[in-house]
Design a protein around this ligand. Structure first.
Ligand SMILES: *[C@@H]1O[C@H](CO)[C@@H](O)[C@H](O)[C@H]1NC(C)=O
Ligand SMILES: *[C@@H]1O[C@H](CO)[C@@H](O)[C@H](O)[C@H]1NC(C)=O
Ligand SMILES: *[C@@H]1O[C@H](CO)[C@@H](O)[C@H](O)[C@H]1NC(C)=O
Ligand SMILES: *[C@@H]1O[C@H](CO)[C@@H](O)[C@H](O)[C@H]1NC(C)=O
Ligand SMILES: *[C@@H]1O[C@H](CO)[C@@H](O)[C@H](O)[C@H]1NC(C)=O
Ligand SMILES: *[C@@H]1O[C@H](CO)[C@@H](O)[C@H](O)[C@H]1NC(C)=O
Ligand SMILES: *[C@@H]1O[C@H](CO)[C@@H](O)[C@H](O)[C@H]1NC(C)=O
Length: 480
């Protein structure tokens, strides 16, 4: 009887497998395309304007502004009109002997955007170019890794506001001069110095609401810049409203990378696919290094206070560099392993900016911003070899500032009208689990699961807003 039942089940299983195979094969191209269209539509906004309208162009009365004007229909390789924008180099002070200049690219708002607001964006590194954000994150055109050609970015921040990308600090991208900054305060002074020069040329932007944003190492830059502006309220003719930092560096390496690495691997065990021997070995190491006990004791809700160091070092103690051990093991089974987005597998995608994952691109292909025609179109110096992340150290003797989470972050949250921290849950370079917001003893109410809701899609992560800080964790998102 039992045997018969087993046979029956086996037959039923086989039949259902066959059926599944047949239906999969039968799905027509039209049906597949319909599925794809519905899936994409969920991420589209319901109320789409019938016409795209025109960009809110700004007339700058200072004749110098016209030197920087970029005609968006003439950008090499881009087959649509990006609209009016302004780019080039401006000095970081008005001293007559000033030789240091930062490269900027300014975009006025799109048809639905506000002309009252100005968003500043910087990438991190240190030494990585903000033109990466422009092309691959929040700018009006999108040319991401794997994309054969550029497309308009439906989710450009120019839909909200004017947007200013700056390659900073000195030593980054097209920016000119010898880096000499010692810490984040020096960086803020130079950036504010540049902004003063910028506002003299683009004086119609004076008085706007100002939002400072950036990602990764900009978790250091942005809070210190914001703090500097709050402490020198007359330095800039802008109304500072708040800041946004995504996947930010705000704490010690040991806390943001080493400590949470093993828990992170367990959370995404099937993505990493590391062997059982190795898993047992790193679990033992996490115990030995005190990371497991630390997580259970300190990374808890309600928060107990500032996170102490788990060992003796801010980087990690000898034998406890588990982030690096996991990275090596991950590369052994997945040579395309991308620390910035763990879901990537072979092949490594081509990247028009030459930095498609954990490592720089080895395929030979011209990097967009290193083409002479592109440099000429955007008033960039043609004699600079542009790379996404600089080969020289933009802090020649290191960055002497403490992580922003231990210094300026709490007070700038208090002073800002809006403060936003965002984290991509598929990011392995900086891991959200260790990133308990600690300045004000963290959140007093817990972050609820599935609380980040995308219209028409549903839950896509978690969010929480409390005492002036909004925190988002985005599912399926990487570092960029
Ligand atoms: C952004 O603006 C463009 C141009 O008006 C529009 O096509 C697009 O739908 C807007 N995107 C969003 C998310 O509203
Ligand atoms: C935008 O304004 C500038 C002057 O500020 C002008 O030179 C340019 O032609 C305008 N572009 C468009 C597309 O209207
Ligand atoms: C140079 O900039 C400083 C600081 O913004 C300002 O006080 C000074 O008047 C400027 N000098 C000139 C010649 O524009
Ligand atoms: C410009 O000159 C001043 C004083 O003459 C000096 O202190 C400063 O270092 C010089 N700046 C640069 C960038 O050479
Ligand atoms: C397990 O992974 C470790 C770390 O990558 C590696 O050294 C070891 O050879 C692997 N063992 C097996 C059986 O695959
Ligand atoms: C590039 O040219 C500018 C002047 O056009 C010069 O000031 C600068 O030093 C040059 N840079 C390099 C790296 O040659
Ligand atoms: C939230 O989700 C995590 C798994 O992602 C789970 O461990 C936890 O128990 C959930 N919390 C609540 C309150 O349901």
């Amino acid at each position: 009887m039992l045997i018969n039942l087993c046979r029956l089940l086996q037959t039923a299983l086989l039949l259902s497998l066959q059926y599944a195979a047949v239906t999969a094969k039968m799905m027509s191209k039209a049906d597949l395309h319909a599925k794809q269209a519905v899936a994409a539509q969920r991420f589209a906004l319901e109320a789409r304007p019938a016409s795209r309208g025109t960009v809110k162009n700004i007339t700058f009365t200072n004749p110098r502004a016209s030197e920087f004007y970029v005609d968006g229909s003439t950008l090499p390789e881009i087959d649509f009109d990006v609209g009016p924008s302004w780019s080039g180099l401006l000095p970081i002070s008005n001293a007559t002997n000033e030789t240091r200049q930062l490269f900027f690219w300014f975009f006025p708002p799109g048809p639905q955007g506000s002309t009252e607001d100005l968003i500043f964006w910087t990438n991190g590194g240190p030494g990585c170019s903000s033109l990466e954000g422009l092309l691959q994150e929040n700018g009006p055109l999108s040319w991401s890794w794997g994309q054969a050609k550029a497309t308009p970015n439906e989710f450009s921040w120019t839909n909200l506001s004017s947007l200013l990308f700056i390659e900073q600090p000195i030593g980054t991208g097209f920016s000119q001069g010898e880096p000499n900054i010692k810490n984040e305060d020096d960086l803020a002074v130079q950036l504010v110095g540049f902004m003063q020069q910028f506002l003299e040329v683009f004086s119609e932007l004076k008085g706007l609401n100002f939002y400072v944003s950036g990602e990764s190492y900009a978790g250091m830059y942005v809070p210190y810049i914001v703090n500097h502006i709050f402490e020198n309220p007359t330095a800039l003719d802008l109304v500072l409203k708040g800041f946004w930092i995504s996947d930010p560096v705000i704490g010690w390496d040991v806390i943001q990378s080493e400590l949470p690495a093993v828990n992170f691997v367990h959370k995404y065990e099937n993505v990493f696919s590391l062997n059982q021997t190795f898993m047992a070995q790193i679990d033992a190491a996490a115990e030995r290094c005190g990371y497991s006990t630390y997580s259970a004791t300190h990374v808890t809700f309600p928060p107990k206070g500032l996170l102490p160091l788990p060992g003796k070092s801010t980087e990690g103690d000898p034998g406890c560099f588990l982030w690096e051990e996991v990275f090596d093991a991950a590369l052994l089974v997945n040579p395309a392993f991308d620390i910035y987005r763990i879901f990537d597998t072979f092949p490594i995608l081509w990247d028009v900016l030459g930095f498609p994952g954990s490592f720089e691109q080895v395929q030979v292909s011209p990097i967009y911003f290193d083409r002479e025609d592109v440099k000429r179109a955007i008033h960039a110096p043609v004699n600079v070899t542009w790379t996404e992340c600089s080969n020289i150290n933009v802090f020649p003797r290191g960055d002497a500032s403490l992580p922003s989470g231990y210094t300026v972050l709490p007070s700038i949250i208090e002073k800002s009208e809006r403060s936003v921290i965002v984290h991509g849950l598929g990011d392995y370079i900086l891991i959200s689990e260790g990133m308990t917001w600690n300045g004000l003893q963290g959140f007093q109410t817990p972050i609820l699961n599935d609380s980040f809701i995308v219209d028409g899609v549903g839950a896509l992560g978690n969010m929480h807003s409390e005492r002036g800080l909004t925190y988002f964790e985005v599912a399926l998102s990487g570092h960029m």
